[in-house]
Design a protein around this ligand. Structure first.
Ligand SMILES: *Cc1c(COP(=O)(O)O)cnc(C)c1O
Length: 349
């Protein structure tokens, strides 16, 4: 057997004639645009928000390409990574027939998106040290398994998956392997985005919501082969990234060095916070993290959560999640916020 993209696409998507917008049908220069039923008088704003945005976000992708080194034709932008996940599932998974595989504990949206699309989710728990259980994965996949969603560094555990394990799946699974790298900027490990040429079945997701600090603008990224990107573009809503987001993101992408400074501070703070937490009597374990958060095992997760809340500090209680029993997930804040957290916890009796 080998990888055959054509055999993975849903039949209706293969046959789909995508929506053709006015801007798809005429891309040239002109003075008078009377083809898209826009308001030619303008808008209440000074900006030209009366015009539809670029459906394929070329300027943003070109700028991203100079930063990430991935060609424009290998780049898809979604209204958040959440839209990338949804578009992938809708393009490849036949509702009520195909399935996807996930490895909990992991990001919740893979399951939610599959559930919305009536696509079965097969689950293979991570090992106790939060790594892939390859024999169990091999056992769980069948001819209808279209996609495996991996998250590395993983949310909520914080660790990176072992690269060689991911490569085993990329080499032996003939569906699509999606690697969610939302936290890759906080990790010492190399992104899989530079391995697209090696693996035709690879999709790498990244986002501007975390290290780039642009969660409100809703821009998620998927890197994949040109063929996969074409399918994703066919399925997405025509104007999925609005003009305001495109403009602001383009400007924000000038700030690489500022973002690198923030990453450096957050990674430093992560290690400082980790060692401070380990000195506290109620902290049982702080798991290794390549992300901008720590998974922390405490004596009594619920009580600690409520105590912090009463101090005005919100963390995420993950104690009900399998393999994360008694754990809180704590985002690395500003140095000042992290001090507040440690001070509050050190006063807890
Ligand atoms: C935060 C996060 C995202 C980002 O989602 P957006 O929709 O791009 O904001 C994606 N994947 C994981 C694992 C995350 O934790």
């Amino acid at each position: 057997m080998e990888f055959n993209l054509d055999s993975l696409i849903r039949e209706n998507i293969k046959r789909l004639v995508p929506y053709s917008s006015a801007r798809d049908e005429f891309k040239g220069e002109a003075n008078v645009f009377l083809d898209a039923n826009e308001n030619s008088l303008g808008s209440p704003l000074t900006k030209w928000y009366n015009r539809y945005p670029d459906p394929l976000q070329l300027k943003v992708k070109e700028k991203l390409s100079t930063i990430k080194g991935i060609p424009v034709q290998n780049t898809f932008l979604g209204n958040g990574s959440d839209e990338c996940i949804d578009v992938l599932i809708r393009a490849f998974c036949e509702p009520g027939f195909d399935n996807i595989l996930i490895c909990p504990p992991t990001y919740g949206m893979y399951q939610v998106s599959a559930d919305i699309n009536n696509v079965t989710v097969r689950k293979v728990k991570l090992t106790p040290d939060f790594q892939l259980d390859l024999p169990a994965i091999e056992e769980a996949i069948d001819g209808n398994t279209k996609m495996i969603f991996l998250c590395s560094p993983n949310n909520p555990t914080g660790n990176s998956l072992i690269r060689e394990d991911i490569e085993v799946l990329l080499n032996n699974f003939f569906g699509i392997v999606v690697i969610d790298e939302a936290y890759i900027n906080f990790s010492r490990h190399k992104s899989f985005s530079t391995s697209l040429d090696e693996y035709p079945n690879l999709v790498v997701m990244q986002t501007l919501s975390k290290a780039w600090g642009l969660a409100a603008l809703r821009v998620g990224i998927a890197f994949a082969s040109e063929e996969i990107i074409k399918i994703m573009n066919k399925v997405k809503p025509p104007y999925n990234i609005n003009q305001a987001s495109q403009e602001i993101v383009l400007k924000a992408l000038e700030g690489v060095s500022q973002v690198n400074d923030m990453i450096r501070i957050l990674v430093e703070e992560r290690e400082l916070l980790k060692s401070s937490l380990l000195h506290l009597p109620m902290v049982k374990e702080v798991y290794p993290s390549d992300a901008n958060f720590l998974l922390v095992k405490v004596n009594d997760a619920k009580a600690t959560y409520n105590y912090l809340l009463q101090k005005g500090i919100v963390v995420r209680d993950r104690s009900k999640v399998e393999l994360c029993e008694a754990c809180l997930r704590i985002t690395i804040g500003s140095p000042e916020e992290n001090n507040q957290l440690v001070n509050a916890l050190s006063e807890l009796r």
